[in-house]
Write a protein that binds this ligand. Structure first.
Ligand code: NAD
Ligand code: IPM
Ligand code: MN
Length: 366
């Protein structure tokens, strides 16, 4: 198949991990006879430096024309002055809103080879497999912001339609998994959460095969640590989802491991690791590329319909996490490029074995 992919490497470690993910996508195209074209654009701090704007019009226009967008990370100390008029993060938020990608999928799997890196005891990590569905284009991130000398406010607003569309997506995803949906809110305090809860409860009637439970966000933060294996799909609002997924990443062993897919109604999506620009390690070639590479796998699956290829990339990553090499966040000594090379070798080994032994129709290269 042919696909046009826009890349937005961004700032800090963004370009380092994006380069690794693009290398993997090129290998997928080469091994599996696809034609992927790549077009790189500016977003975030680098865009502010070059154009004065965090989301230049040319970047947005290119993203709207692409089949998929692969993003590294934006932001960093250079652009973090609290009085700054423009910030890199505004570019990312503007892009998410403009692309209408309201459902942010953040899968958490715990690789037992990394269990010793998790703050939890090994036995708590058995069978942990959670798909977070974070609402991405509403809530406090997008409400009115006001500021006077001694007051600040961020309006948190949700409409029924906004809650409904992300909830339906979460129920549908749960139907393809273990049929258990946990909706996380703060309905004991927040009006937006009461709207959230009543909307989710009403919609549940359309998905009788999925077991729904509600959980308050403060206790959910605790339960994720005490019984993370009890969850299948977790749906929540924008800010809660941001916080809970960084917590979840710690269970996996590193923030550098988790990918994400941001989806709207069509097939075009925005794919990015959940970590930031990691200014403390940027420029050293040591960032963990796995979150970005797994984001590329999600891109193959969700935007290009290449589920086989995605599974091969994920299996290659799994093998590298088991056998090494590993970056320093995972206790290893390898750099970004070495880990990427290992994923490429594991991937090449898998697809050539597949081409020889599997049914051609099921094979990635069939
Ligand atoms: P961060 O995610 O950049 O880093 C937190 C910690 O995790 C750091 O110690 C960092 O070294 C480590 N880390 C992150 N990614 C890693 C990787 N791939 N490999 C190894 N270690 C990794 O969070 P922060 O320091 O709070 O934020 C830095 C900047 O990034 C801020 O400007 C923030 O707004 C931005 N940010 C951007 C995104 C994004 O673009 N999607 C996401 C989160 C934060
Ligand atoms: C993320 C990031 C962003 C968010 C920031 C950089 C705007 O933390 O993608 O998780 O809060 O959504
Ligand atoms: Mn975040």
């Amino acid at each position: 198949m042919k696909a046009h992919i826009v890349t937005l490497p961004g700032d800090g470690v963004g370009p380092e991990v994006t380069a690794a993910a693009v290398t993997v996508l090129r290998a997928v195209a080469g091994h599996c006879q696809h034609e992927f074209t790549f077009e790189e654009h500016l977003l975030g701090g680098c865009a502010i430096d070059a154009t004065g704007e965090p989301l230049p019009a040319v970047t947005l226009a290119a993203c709207k024309k692409a089949d998929a967008v692969l993003l590294g990370a934006v932001g960093g100390p250079k652009w973090s002055d609290p009085n700054a008029k423009v910030r890199p993060e505004q570019g990312l938020l503007g892009l998410r809103a403009a692309l209408g990608v309201y459902a942010n999928l953040r899968p958490l799997t715990v690789h037992l080879a990394l269990a010793q890196l998790s703050p939890l005891k090994n036995e708590k990590l058995q069978g942990v497999d959670v798909l977070f569905v974070r609402e991405l284009t509403g809530g406090a991130y997008f409400g009115a912001k006001t500021r006077t000398a001694d007051t600040a406010a961020d309006e948190c607003k949700y409409t029924v339609a906004e809650v409904e569309r992300v909830t339906r997506r979460a129920f549908e995803l749960a139907q393809g998994r273990r049929r258990h949906l946990t909706s996380v809110d703060k309905a004991n305090v927040l009006e937006t959460s009461r709207l959230w809860r009543s909307t989710v409860t009403r919609i549940a009637a359309d998905y009788p095969d999925v077991k729904l439970e509600h959980q308050l966000v403060d206790s959910m933060a605790m339960l994720l640590l005490t019984r993370p294996d009890s969850y299948d799909v977790v749906v929540t609002e924008n800010l809660f989802g941001d916080i809970l997924t960084d917590e979840a990443a710690a269970l996996a062993g590193s923030l550098g491991l988790l990918p994400s897919a941001s989806l709207g109604d069509g097939t075009r999506g925005l794919y990015e690791p959940i970590h930031g620009s990691a200014p403390d390690i940027a420029g050293q070639g040591v960032a963990n590329p796995i979150g970005a590479i797994l984001s590329a796998a999600l891109l193959l699956r969700h935007s290009l319909g290449l589920a086989e290829e995605a599974a091969h990339v994920e299996a290659a990553v799994e093998r590298v996490l088991r056998d090494g090499p590993r970056t320093c966040d995972l206790g290893g000594k390898a750099g970004t490029a070495k880990v990427c090379d290992a994923v490429l070798s594991a991937f090449a080994g898998r697809v050539s074995a597949d081409a020889m032994y599997a049914e051609p129709v099921n094979s990635c290269c069939g």
